[in-house]
Design a protein around this ligand. Structure first.
Ligand SMILES: [Zn+2]
Length: 58
């Protein structure tokens, strides 16, 4: 099982073997929602939570 470091708490987070970039995993340690941004090695980044922020300034 591949694993990568949680950017939030540094725990080793396991991901599915057939995981793909853009997949979302949850850190079992801190509960952070993480996005898979790299596969070899596994790289994880904090994913945006569900709240939609409006980045555009009108
Ligand atoms: Zn974590």
């Amino acid at each position: 099982m591949p694993r990568g470091p949680c950017p939030e708490c540094d725990a080793e987070v396991q991901v599915d073997e057939d995981t793909d970039k853009g997949d979302i995993v949850e850190c079992h340690e801190c509960g952070a929602v993480l996005e898979v941004v790299g596969l070899d090695p596994i790289e994880l980044d904090l994913a945006m939570e569900d709240e939609e922020e409006d980045w555009t300034e009108s």
